[in-house]
Design a protein around this ligand. Structure first.
Ligand code: VG1
Ligand code: CO
Length: 539
């Protein structure tokens, strides 16, 4: 056991979901070690505690796990449960943290960001409830990291993480577990596997694009081995340290191979994709793309068709930029709908308190109270269960949904790698203009309200400010702007656009939203500040 003197890094501030930096930043001497020590400091030390450790298998995952094990041992932890090969999807890690009654877990991932030596890496801590550390704890991490002078580490050989079983570092037990088994077992408790299997036997076809990321083994085991989907249903199913050069973000832009197949002749009945760490999902029907906000609404309206939710759901929550489609379902069902800031950490209290059962974000994240993370495969399985019960096409289900609730046309426009000072100036100017906006008319629409979203947690009353600018129009349309908290280079502006319609339900979203898009550019003066006229990614 050694104490290493170190110098604090001043940039170890966790963002929307942990600390994300270029992989090479993490690989520099002491960088990872400092932050791990700061994690332990922020939770009152590691002594006698049990943790789960695993990551999405990206470049540097294997080295980082070894470092964390040695530091946990030197900090007096009693036991660390590690996924085989150091790999766990984010929802599987969340499940293990809860199921084994541990004190929390360290998850290595930069999620939907590309991986590799020249791409991104990340690390975050999840609490004993299985959910991402709340802001009070991430602030304590930043504080500890900014003032760090030394860290504790054990000097030892690498631990064999490929063999399931138990070993030991200086009295700390290291338990290597199957990465998939417990998660797959949990899914069997929630969904009607027999009904889904019968649907596949009856000729139902599917494509699941794992994007060379962590979900491959999970999807292959569950979809092909347990549910009987045809071999080859899962594509890009072998996880690679650089995700095969793919950008593991399941949206129409990056999952273009899947999109092409789903929109082509002979498309399968159902398609889905997942991200780097397995917590995101995109679902697609034959010839029809489903926006994540609409998917959340459909899942809320139909969850009772799956055994795990047969008793009904307690309530729903969505992040503020997510469309209000799910609110309409909640209202019709007499349920409470909560609006939280972006990031899964804000759902934890609502789930723990039993106020909500389903949660979702427009960024391809959906989940429930079965874990405390969003869960890509879970969403896919819930869709499959609904399809198996309703025996309709995805397109028919969507058409019925829109006819009943109306349609919240929705799109997100991302402007990436803007110079940070330009993006900051734009947001500052916009914030300064908010008070003067109500009553103004833009593109034939009247602004009814404008604010900077602040959230008071209904459970612990903690307050989170400056969570994104909202401009609301009298006709129900909405514009939201915020800067990403997961990027590693410059700033990414996210522009969220929404318009509600009760008729004309078959339009192209970009066309339906055209006046809202023009209004957003005018009000935020995007081109004037950033030089950008067109977004880099449209979802
Ligand atoms: C993005 C998404 C947000 C999501 C977060 C983490 O954050 O917008 O909804 O919770 O990523 O998802 P930001 O700050 O870049 O907008 V993941 O799958 O990257 O852990
Ligand atoms: Co993710």
């Amino acid at each position: 056991m050694t104490t290493i003197q170190t110098v604090a890094f001043k940039d170890q501030k966790p963002g929307t979901s942990g600390l994300r930096k270029k992989t090479r930043v993490f690989m520099q001497p002491h960088y990872l070690e400092n932050f791990v020590q700061a994690i332990f400091a922020s939770i009152g030390g590691a002594k006698g505690k049990t943790f789960v450790v695993g990551g999405d298998g990206r470049f540097f995952n294997d080295r980082a796990v070894q470092v964390i094990l040695r530091m946990a041992a030197a900090n007096g932890a009693a036991r660390v449960i590690v996924g085989q090969g150091g790999v766990l999807s984010t929802p599987a890690a969340s499940n293990l943290i809860r199921q084994r009654g541990t004190d929390g877990g360290i998850i290595l991932s930069a999620s939907h960001n590309p991986g590799g030596e020249d791409e991104d890496f990340g690390i975050k801590f999840n609490m004993a409830n299985g959910g991402p550390a709340p802001e009070s704890v991430t602030e304590a991490m930043y504080e500890a990291a900014s003032n760090l002078t030394h860290y504790e580490i054990a000097e030892t050989q690498d631990i064999d993480l490929n063999t399931i079983g138990q070993s030991d570092i200086g009295g700390m037990a290291v338990e290597v577990v199957d990465s998939v088994a417990d998660y797959a077992a949990l899914m069997e408790t929630l969904f009607d596997f027999d009904a889904i299997r019968a649907m596949f036997t009856g000729g139902f076809t599917m494509r699941f694009d794992a994007m060379c990321a962590v979900t491959g083994p999970y999807a292959t085991e569950i979809l092909e081995n347990r549910l009987g989907a045809a071999p080859g249903t899962v594509t890009h199913g072998t996880p690679l340290p650089d995700f095969g050069g793919m950008h593991p973000d399941p949206n129409p832009t990056w999952a273009h191979e899947l999109m092409a197949e789903m929109m082509g002749d002979d498309a399968p009945d159902f398609g889905a994709a997942s991200d780097g760490d397995g917590d995101r999902n995109m679902v697609v029907g034959r010839g029809i793309y489903i926006s994540p906000s609409d998917s959340l609404a459909v899942l809320a309206a139909n969850a009772h068709l799956a055994p795990g939710y047969a008793k009904g759901i307690a309530g729903v929550a969505r992040s503020m930029p997510t469309s209000a489609a799910v609110d309409r379902v909640a209202a019709a069902m007499g349920l409470q709908s909560y609006e939280t800031p972006t990031g899964w950490k804000f759902f934890g209290n609502l789930l723990d308190a039993g106020k909500v059962t389903l949660c979702g974000e427009e960024s391809f994240g959906t989940g429930s109270d079965h874990v405390r993370e969003k869960d890509g495969l879970w969403a896919v399985l819930l869709w499959l269960n609904i399809l198996a019960v309703r025996r309709q096409s995805v397109a028919a289900i969507m058409a019925e949904h829109f006819a009943k609730y109306g349609r919240n046309y929705y799109s997100r426009h991302d402007f990436e790698t803007i110079e940070s000072d330009k993006a900051d100036s734009m947001m500052t100017a916009l914030r300064d203009s908010l008070a003067s906006l109500p009553g103004q008319e833009v593109e034939g629409m009247t602004i009814s309200a404008a604010d900077d979203f602040a959230y008071t947690d209904p459970v612990d009353a903690s307050v989170s400010k400056k969570q994104g600018v909202r401009i609301l129009f009298a006709d129900g349309s909405r514009i939201v702007l915020r800067l990403s908290g997961t990027g590693t280079q410059g700033a990414t502006l996210r522009l969220y656009l929404e318009r509600y319609a009760e008729t004309g339900l078959d339009s192209d979203p970009q066309e339906a939203l055209a006046p809202v898009i023009r209004a957003a550019h005018k009000l935020a003066r995007i081109t004037e500040f950033t030089g950008r006229t067109e977004p880099d990614v449209v979802t």
